[in-house]
Design a protein around this ligand. Structure first.
Ligand code: UD1
Length: 418
């Protein structure tokens, strides 16, 4: 079993390049299946979730070549619309292939994704939207069989919650719809804009991505395209939280400043300073951060749920008490008992509120990553803890952070993978 070992206590210092965004790469790779032709995707991070998405593309008949961070995909020979359970299980986000396969083949057969480590993650919003687009859906033996026998219809789709995955599935399914599709209360995350930008290069006409109402007009034929994935704002916040936990000054290159707007105020309230030099972030952290009175996770442009755990790790050692409310996912405090093993004083109230009483010092411990961001949080806490921490089950971290130990070594951390 792979683990990460950290000897904490060194302030961080140095510079690191930011990887491409996982949450952009996955829907864009699904969009490759909807297109017919060759796509060249640059800045594609080397992550197990991305490998899982590429395996799905290969399974449906695409030819894939990976050269460093560039993926060259020929989808012209794609000829199947089923995704076996074994591939679906590797990555919950594979549900986004549903819309893409429907657009390409008018048919899709996938297994129900079920629950995952951070909560139930239902897909009712995805399925209701697709039904409104004239897709017939039946569920049998854990499989979802979807068919648009009379073709996919555009029209107005209103989401009761701005779900990222549902917005992406609607955008993808609409690529072969009759007429315009208008999504109201759409997710506004930067990854939605990135998907729209790729689909536009493939020939679609899309306006309003990044706002609450998106208008989509598909082309006659969706072709492949060349695209560079945006950088990963959540991994940027991970490096910031690591520096805030350990203290020090780091440079992160490749950031997109506006994507960090929901995150920076929280770090500033903790006493950290951020300066931008074009696409480089210079981030300075005090030797001990201050508490942040209240943080509440929200859909973009609110504070991201994906940064909640790592910021909690930073606040575990803050001067004073911080309160973090998690309202996006119901099971996203699984890192709390692990942080407590390291000496943190955190109590969870009503399942969705964490009261973090900052302690003067954390100490090393043997801890277990329970999910992707929770695992990164343990690494962040370990960097600021006295002594040795062993983080187990690091396959969760590898789903979203590319070789985290290499980036942190470049920042002067004493960290290794075993
Ligand atoms: C995406 C991100 C994930 C991030 C999340 C919220 C990817 C690959 N993953 O996940 O990292 O944490 O956005 O920013 O991009 N919901 C329903 N019914 C649905 C769909 C969602 O009730 O049909 C609920 C979910 O259970 C959750 C909330 O809506 O409580 C947000 O989910 P959603 O925005 O869909 O997140 P994902 O697309 O799964």
């Amino acid at each position: 079993m792979k683990k990460i070992i950290v000897n904490g206590g060194n302030p961080l210092c140095g510079s690191v390049d930011l990887q491409g965004s996982k949450n952009s790469a996955l829907p864009i790779l699904a969009a490759v299946a909807a297109a017919d032709g060759i796509s060249v995707i640059h800045n594609c991070p080397d992550l197990t979730d991305v490998t899982a998405a590429l395996k799905i593309l290969e399974h449906i008949g695409c030819k894939i070549k990976r050269e460093g961070h560039t993926v060259i995909a020929d989808s012209s020979c794609a000829n199947r619309f089923d995704i076996p359970e074994s591939l679906m299980r590797e990555m919950r986000s594979s549900i986004v292939f549903l819309g893409a396969l429907l657009a390409r083949f008018g048919n899709a057969s996938v297994s129900s994704p079920g629950g995952c480590e951070i909560g139930l993650r239902p897909i009712d919003l995805h399925l209701n939207a697709l039904r409104n687009m004239n897709v017939q859906i039946s569920e049998r033996g854990g499989r979802l069989n979807c068919k648009a026998a009379q073709g996919i219809n555009g029209g107005n789709i209103s989401l009761s919650f701005p779900s990222v995955g549902a917005t992406e599935n609607i955008m993808l399914a609409s690529m072969s719809a009759r007429g315009e599709t208008v999504v109201t209360n759409a997710a506004r995350e930067p990854e939605i804009i990135d998907l729209a930008s790729f689909l536009q290069k493939c020939g679609a006409k899309i306006s309003g991505a990044g706002q609450s109402v998106i208008r989509i007009n598909p082309p006659e034929k969706l072709t492949g395209a060349e695209h560079t994935i945006i950088s990963d704002r959540i991994v940027a916040s991970t490096f910031m939280a690591c520096a805030a936990s350990a203290g020090g000054k780091i440079a992160v290159s490749g950031v997109i400043r506006e994507h960090l707007d929901p995150i920076i105020p929280v770090f500033e309230a903790a006493g950290c300073e951020s300066d931008f030099n074009g696409r480089e972030l210079i981030f300075k952290a005090p030797s001990r951060v201050s508490r942040v009175k209240s943080i509440r996770t929200m859909p973009y442009p609110g504070f991201p749920t994906d940064s909640q755990a790592i910021v909690m790790a930073m606040l575990a050692k803050a001067k004073g008490t911080s309160v973090i409310t998690e309202k996006i996912f119901e099971n996203r405090f699984r890192h709390v008992p692990e942080l407590v093993k390291m000496g943190a004083d955190i109590r969870v109230e009503d399942g969705c509120v964490a009261v973090v009483e900052g302690v003067e010092e954390l100490h090393g411990a043997k801890v277990t990553a329970c999910d992707l961001r929770g695992g990164s949080a343990l690494v962040a806490a370990a960097l600021g803890a006295a002594g040795k921490t062993v983080v187990e089950e690091i396959h969760h971290i590898d789903r979203g952070c590319e070789a985290i130990e290499k980036s942190l070594t470049a920042l002067g951390a004493d960290i290794k993978r075993e």
